[in-house]
Design a protein around this ligand. Structure first.
Ligand SMILES: Nc1ncnc2c1ncn2[C@@H]1O[C@H](COP(=O)(O)OP(=O)(O)OP(=O)(O)O)[C@@H](O)[C@H]1O
Length: 369
């Protein structure tokens, strides 16, 4: 049985284990490690001692590595970055980015339940990460506050722990669940799985973030588990624990946590819509239009269609209009420096290029890198 100790060098001295493990759970143990050559910190996850003692350890380890390799292909701001798989004797380790911050469960335990605005910020970020995972044909299947890390002082949530992740094509799934967050279909190995499976857990996570104080008074640390609801226990409305919640958020959570998959919000996008998050984005776009009287709708559409040439042209058109120049005019560096900053910021893909003594605009370079 191998447990790495503080100060232990691994992978031919490439990494040195730092302090006690960051966490350990049903099958994994996660260490903090320093790469002395670069001074960078990483997290390295291996199978834990219980798994190492199992007869089918070798098989389990292959599964563990294959899962890691799937995530290695993911590239999303709100998904933990997986860098590589290393080997130390019999044990394989998955090297990932190290997040200097705490998980949402600990954060709420220390701080108390979150305001609606803060909770929705994290749920929106993790919702987008889930949409990305679903588009790639996978389900996470273990969304819960403990599996969401917050980057210190950044209000940025990152989804971790892909140990339960499965391809949607896999109709028979092993039973692995976290009570309070797992939907009813996860209690059967051939349940009706789909994006709605992660919607339930995401809605339950939001339920927890907004009602943690009330739940605690009721001696509960999660929303009522799905199997209990099936038998006798009703799910209390989030508003029952937190009267200040908006009706909209209360209702969106209840629809996202419908017991039967058929009645539940079918996709994460729909769930975000029900929470008013997708509309907020649209509203922001409308506000951008009126902020300094410029209309960026055409530019946004061209960018979305990746029509770079037309987008470059439209950027130029929008900018000359904003400062009252004639078509064909160029900008001096001074004009660019004094350009209404709000506008420059709203076209966040804008790239100002300097060539042959003149300034031009290109959106292509930035978006292609
Ligand atoms: N990359 C990381 N950076 C910083 N802390 C981490 C990282 N990964 C995990 N942790 C910490 O360790 C805790 C447990 O991690 P993780 O969820 O990966 O494993 P687990 O739940 O303990 O094990 P299992 O995968 O068996 O359920 C997290 O809640 C977090 O506090």
């Amino acid at each position: 049985m191998i447990i790495w100790q503080p100060g232990q060098p691994i992978n031919n001295d490439r990494f040195i284990i730092q302090g006690k493990p960051l966490g350990s759970g049903g099958f994994g143990i996660t260490y903090k490690a320093l790469e002395p050559k670069t001074g960078k910190l990483y997290a390295i996850k291996t199978l834990n001692s219980t798994m190492q003692l199992r007869e089918d350890f070798a098989e389990q380890q292959v599964k563990f590595i294959n899962e890691a390799l799937t995530i290695k292909g993911f590239d999303h701001t709100h998904i933990l970055k997986v860098y590589e798989v290393i080997q130390e004797g019999q044990l394989f380790g998955v090297v990932t980015e190290y997040i200097d911050g705490e998980n949402l469960f600990k954060y709420v335990q220390n701080k108390g339940q979150l305001s609606e605005a803060e909770a929705l910020l994290y749920i929106d970020q993790i919702g987008k990460a889930l949409e990305y995972i679903h588009e790639k044909g996978h389900l996470h299947r273990d969304i819960k506050p403990q599996n969401i890390l917050l980057r210190e002082n950044k209000q940025e949530a990152v989804l971790i722990d892909f140990g339960s992740t499965r391809s949607m094509a896999n109709k028979s799934m092993t039973i692995s669940l976290t009570e309070g967050y797992a939907p009813i279909e996860q209690y059967w190995d051939k349940g009706n799985f789909g994006p709605h499976t992660d919607v339930y857990a995401l809605a339950a996570t939001l339920y927890y973030l907004l009602t943690a104080d009330g739940l605690k008074q009721d001696s509960k640390s999660t929303p009522v588990p799905a199997y209990k609801r099936k038998q006798f226990d009703l799910l209390a409305k989030p508003k029952f624990y937190n009267q200040s919640l908006s009706q909209r958020v209360n209702d969106a959570i209840l629809q996202g946590m419908e017991l039967e998959p058929e009645n539940r919000t079918p996709t994460v996008l729909k769930f975000r819509e029900n929470l008013g998050l997708v509309n907020i984005e649209n509203e922001q776009e409308i506000q951008l239009k009126s902020e300094v009287g410029m209309d960026y709708t055409k530019l946004r559409d061209l960018l979305a269609a990746r029509n770079w040439k037309q987008a470059d042209k439209e950027t130029y058109e929008v900018m000359i209009k904003a400062v009252g120049k004639k078509s064909g005019d160029w900008f001096t560096s001074n004009e660019l420096l004094n350009f209404p900053c709000q506008d420059l910021r709203t076209i966040d893909q804008l790239w100002v290029e300097y060539s042959e003594g003149r300034f031009g605009f290109s959106v292509q370079n930035v978006l292609n890198t």
